[in-house]
Design a protein around this ligand. Structure first.
Ligand SMILES: Cc1cc2nc3c(=O)[nH]c(=O)nc-3n(C[C@H](O)[C@H](O)[C@H](O)COP(=O)(O)OP(=O)(O)OC[C@H]3O[C@@H](n4cnc5c(N)ncnc54)[C@H](O)[C@@H]3O)c2cc1C
Length: 378
């Protein structure tokens, strides 16, 4: 690869968890990285509950010791009340005690990761938007941005639900659920019932998630399975006596997977690659892990250790297999609770595309660097 032709080795679009994890990993492996984020921080966005498995992942990124500074509270599991039956679902435990999840305030969490990227020498452009894909002979070779052209042999799309690069390249997403819209909001005050653990209350028409993010700040999120539209001012009854922290918002959380998640020249990570609704509670973990994986694979390509087409095939297989497995788990969960809208989902796991890696490097990368984390937590 003729590195001299390019301004950097990698351009990353998006400064959320997926983009920062990619940029940090690439920088740790000695690559020249540019990252563009269209919003100035702090930028409010949903996704506060982190699975306990996030800790070893953050350790790989060198920020595990900073986590405490952005954590508002911890919890040992989720209280689930579905169809009138209530149970407490713990995360699990090991010899050192119960595993505990984290509640973080996303503006702080995202800033923590992006600052780590800056410390490692990533050139962060913010606010700066991706505008157009730059291509040479049909191959992605950079991005036209609001700060000018940025060229690189590899572009990573970590733009979240907007699926920016996929849309520009005309890569469709397969849809795996009925249309699902999450409405969510925040409020300040006191709700002692949520102080010990988040709560998921649901029935065959939809669910309501409520959680304490930090003492005095609470979140609710709600999804209707039947497409029922609530008035814009709707919020849960118990939140009516709290002070709203901003207006309620909405997000399309229909399950979808990009038909391709990598090719020589580009990768999709996090929500840009695949989305499940927030009940899966692993959106951030997946964004971080797909970013770390992508960073390692990019390094293998840029240093000439592994062929770009094999690496892309490996990533496609790995990510789609993971998505299908989580999708089936979530569909089974909803079906076991009597939600009819998920019956038509084909839960057959497709056969992997059959990666042939001539160097054997690709398989090793996943086993050695991700195996321990992924086997335990995915
Ligand atoms: C209501 C709700 C509740 C959720 N709760 C949880 C939860 O409790 N736990 C959990 O793990 N997950 C949760 N999620 C999912 C979680 O929010 C996402 O999975 C996660 O944020 C994905 O990270 P990401 O880095 O892929 O994308 P994002 O966090 O969306 O980051 C994408 C970034 O790209 C930037 N960007 C977009 N387009 C451009 C462009 N053209 N140029 C430059 N920059 C651009 C954006 O500004 C943004 O900063 C929830 C989602 C919703 C909707």
């Amino acid at each position: 690869m003729d590195a001299g032709r390019f301004d950097s080795d990698v351009v990353v679009i998006g400064g959320g968890p997926g983009g920062s994890a990619t940029a940090i990993t690439c920088a740790l492996l000695g690559l020249r990285v540019r990252l563009l984020e269209r919003h100035s921080f702090p930028a409010e966005r949903p996704g506060e509950t982190l699975h306990p498995g996030v800790e070893p992942v953050l350790a790989q990124l060198g920020v595990a010791d900073r986590l405490a500074s952005v954590v508002g509270s911890r919890h040992e599991g989720i209280r689930i009340c579905w169809g009138g039956t209530t149970r407490f679902e713990p995360y699990g435990h090991d010899d050192s005690g119960p595993w505990r999840g984290y509640q973080v305030w996303r503006p702080d969490f995202d800033a923590m990761l992006l600052n780590r990227a800056r410390e490692l020498g990533v050139q962060v452009f913010q606010p700066c938007s991706a505008i157009e894909v730059l291509q040479t002979h049909g191959v992605v070779a950079g991005v036209q941005t609001s700060a000018g052209p940025m060229t690189a042999p590899i572009v990573v799309d970590a733009s979240g639900r907007s699926h920016w690069l996929g849309t520009k390249l005309g890569i469709e997403r397969s849809v795996h659920s009925p249309p699902l819209v999450a409405r969510y909001g925040y409020a300040e005050g006191s709700l002692p019932a949520l102080d010990r653990s988040p709560s998921l209350v649901g029935d065959s028409s939809g669910w309501l998630w409520t959680a304490m993010i930090r003492p005095g700040l609470y979140q609710w999120a709600q999804v209707a399975f039947d497409g029922h539209r609530y008035p814009a001012s709707w919020r849960p009854d118990e939140f009516r006596r709290l002070i709203p922290h901003g207006p309620p918002r909405g997000a399309d959380v229909t399950w979808r997977l990009s038909r391709r998640t990598a090719d020589p020249g580009w990768f999709l990570v996090g929500d840009a690659a695949a989305i499940l609704d927030p009940t899966s509670a692993k959106g951030i973990l997946k964004a971080l892990l797909s970013g770390i994986t992508t960073g390692k694979l990019i390094s293998a390509v840029v240093t000439g250790t592994a062929p770009a087409d094999e690496v892309a095939a490996l990533y496609n297989d790995w990510l789609s297999g993971w998505f299908i497995s989580d999708r089936n788990q979530l569909a089974n969960f909803y079906l076991s609770l009597g939600v009819p809208h998920f019956q038509s989902i084909n839960r057959k796991v497709p056969k992997a595309a059959g990666l042939k890696c001539s160097t054997g490097y690709c398989g090793r990368i996943v086993r050695l660097h991700l195996g321990k984390v992924s086997e335990r937590w995915m």
